[in-house]
Ligand binder design. Structure first.
Ligand code: IMP
Ligand code: MG
Length: 190
């Protein structure tokens, strides 16, 4: 196995059991809040794919699912916040309640842009949920309506979150020490 991809250099921050509990609690809250409403859960690819897959199995009310893809390149040569949004996998959300689900709220620019983009499709309302909310990084006025965990300003991987597209499959959230807290200045896929 490629040494740089082994789990031995990772420090687990949130265990699989802790994630499971939090996702179940969120599923229960979502089920209550949107009961009787036409709900579409929209996951943000690629990072939210595991979170969404688990969350929808904890949501006990009828709902539809869809996806949007947000891709960024935040290298120094790129304007901050440059973000490409692909709506090809978004179903019709006109008149429906949308729960927008992303992996992590870091600066918040992705969530802000996605909410603006989805509003153009005429949903009844948009509510957001993230697995992780990183301390002290917020650059926008909006905040996620739901989150599962607050984490310190560290670069984390696992449970959908990647470093250079690796580590997404890990069932826990771990810190990648070699990357540290400044990783969001480098390029990153979503
Ligand atoms: P924001 O627009 O700054 O809030 O960034 C959100 C996106 O940046 C997330 O959807 C992730 O893809 C990526 N990101 C931010 N922090 C991390 C991290 O610690 N690990 C992996 N990806 C991250
Ligand atoms: Mg990413």
């Amino acid at each position: 196995m490629n040494d740089s991809l082994s789990s031995s250099n990772l420090r687990v921050l949130i265990t699989a059991d802790e994630i499971e509990d939090a996702v179940h609690r969120l599923g229960a809250e979502v089920s209550e809040r949107f009961s009787g409403r036409p709900l579409t859960i929209v996951g943000v690819l690629t990072g939210a794919v595991i979170f969404v897959a688990d969350l929808i199995r904890s949501v006990r009310i009828p709902h539809r699912i869809g996806f949007v893809q947000a891709s960024s390149y935040r290298g120094e040569a790129t304007a901050p916040g440059a973000l490409r949004i692909d709506e090809a996998l978004l179903p019709d959300i006109a008149g429906r309640d949308v729960l927008l689900v992303d992996d992590i709220f870091d600066t918040g620019r992705t969530l802000e842009r996605l909410v603006t983009a989805l509003k153009r499709h005429g949903p009844a309302r948009i509510v957001s949920a993230v697995l992780l909310w990183k301390e002290g990084r917020q650059e926008v006025h909006i905040e996620p309506d739901y989150f599962c965990f607050r984490i310190p300003n560290r670069f984390v991987v696992g449970y959908g979150l990647d470093y250079d597209d690796d580590y997404r499959h890990l069932p826990f959230v771990a810190e990648l020490p070699a990357v540290g807290g400044e990783a969001s200045e480098s390029e990153g896929s979503r």
